[in-house]
Design a protein around this ligand. Sequence first.
Ligand SMILES: Cc1cc2nc3c(=O)[nH]c(=O)nc-3n(C[C@H](O)[C@H](O)[C@H](O)COP(=O)(O)O)c2cc1C
Length: 199
Amino acid sequence: MTARPDRTARTRVPIHRELADRWSPRAFDADATVSAVEVTALLEAARWSATWGQRQPVRFVVGLRGDATFGALAVTLKRGNSYAHAAGLLILVCADEGDDEKTALYAAVDAGAAIANLTVEAVSRGLVAHPMAGFDGDAAREAFAVPAGVRPVAIVAVGLLGDYATAEPKVVERDSQPRERLPLEQIAFAGTWGSPIVL
Ligand SMILES: Cc1cc2nc3c(=O)[nH]c(=O)nc-3n(C[C@H](O)[C@H](O)[C@H](O)COP(=O)(O)O)c2cc1C
């Protein structure tokens, strides 16, 4: 049984189901595992995201709950992200920033695209995914000997949704807040900046 409300995105017209159903939960099933096929699918989805100039600057460090990599990733998480210790999988996403500001900028864009792709693949497989910037990047760099010029960007927790009936009250409270986004009128313009596109 779950105590959480519906988390589905409210959209003006229907969108792809996996996109509408994606959200960032903090309750993971600590008994559930992510299979090798699922991990492979997530990485393939990330690998095939768009990449500026074919640079392919995104790298992944992958830990399955119980293994040494997972343990080393988990200890880099900020305290507020300790919910992710129950995830089945932690993926450190890194971006090779290249030689200049432009390569660094689009390496970060590519990393975001890879995270989005793997997240939607996770949702399509009945899993949940939660991206986290709240981790110690220097500690991750040291733990995995991440080369200079490659930036640890985020850790993504993936797993099976946990039971909100037994989740920590803090988690239940945070994940019961309504999911909100700015309306399209405030973010999509035509003609001039700030003038909402009329659809
Ligand atoms: C780059 C990035 C970093 C994030 N870092 C964290 C984090 O450290 N901890 C956390 O709990 N959520 C983190 N989130 C998740 C956001 O809080 C979440 O996406 C936002 O509240 C919207 O909720 P939704 O994903 O359920 O739509 C991060 C999301 C992104 C895109």
